[in-house]
Ligand binder design. Structure first.
Ligand code: HEM
Length: 194
């Protein structure tokens, strides 16, 4: 991530996000690789308190360093992280929140704001994104994603893929467009089939 972008971030994320990234890197590449990522990032923290907020600069710094150290690209890493969040982090530690979104794909995507609101009772300083899903003609969904954070398109794509797997459908993102009224907002056009 460009330094300029990082400097403009004044948001915080709970440590559980950084912990999940740590688990993903350790699972796929081992603890030594994670230690290298931390060193390269310069953030100076290797282990995180799930319920403590950390500057977004920490998270973006770790992602940027992981891309370099693991010789991958940012879209691939973020996509993988999105899938991992739904398949592993969520079920292992926060399953009740995923369960409340239901078992059907469009219904799940329609419940994301209610879910993050429920999570906010546990994490009061949560600064979540906002989603709104509109079911179009058969098998198509328009998903609006509003966020104050830049650069997360491929994280959202990975989350969508993970939700599709969890709800037993095959989903494909057909198009992504910016939303003019929101600096980092994106509209995803998705098709899915049982
Ligand atoms: C397992 C249940 C979940 C928990 C505990 C959770 C919690 C969180 C937390 C702590 C953050 C960081 C923001 C902050 O700390 O202020 C976050 C961000 C985010 N969450 Fe969730 N979340 C969950 C499920 C989901 C699902 C199912 C989706 C979408 C399919 C989603 C989409 C996002 C996105 C895109 C962000 C990035 C922040 C942004 O775009 O501004 N989350 N969530």
């Amino acid at each position: 991530m460009e330094l300029e972008t990082r400097n403009s971030l004044k948001k915080y994320m709970y440590g559980l996000v950084n912990s999940a990234l740590r688990s993903l890197v350790i699972k796929n590449h081992g603890l030594e690789a994670w230690e290298k990522v931390v060193e390269h990032s310069g953030v100076g923290i290797s282990d995180f308190e799930a319920m403590e907020p950390y500057s977004d600069e920490v998270t973006y710094g770790l992602v940027g360093a992981a891309v370099t150290v693991l010789e991958t690209d940012v879209t691939e890493l973020l996509f993988e992280f999105g899938v991992y969040w739904i398949e592993e982090t969520g079920p292992q530690q926060y399953g009740e929140f995923l369960d409340m979104c239901g078992k059907d794909f469009p219904g799940f995507l329609s419940n994301l704001d209610a879910m993050h609101s429920r999570i906010q009772t546990l994490f009061p300083a949560l600064q979540p994104p906002s989603f709104s899903a509109q079911v179009l003609e058969n098998g198509k969904i328009r998903l609006e994603y509003l966020s104050e954070r830049p650069g997360l398109e491929y994280f959202v794509r990975g989350l969508i893929e993970g939700v599709a797997g969890r709800t037993g459908v095959r989903a494909k993102v057909d198009a992504v467009q910016p939303i003019d009224t929101s600096p980092h907002g994106l509209e995803f056009l998705i098709s899915y089939s049982e």
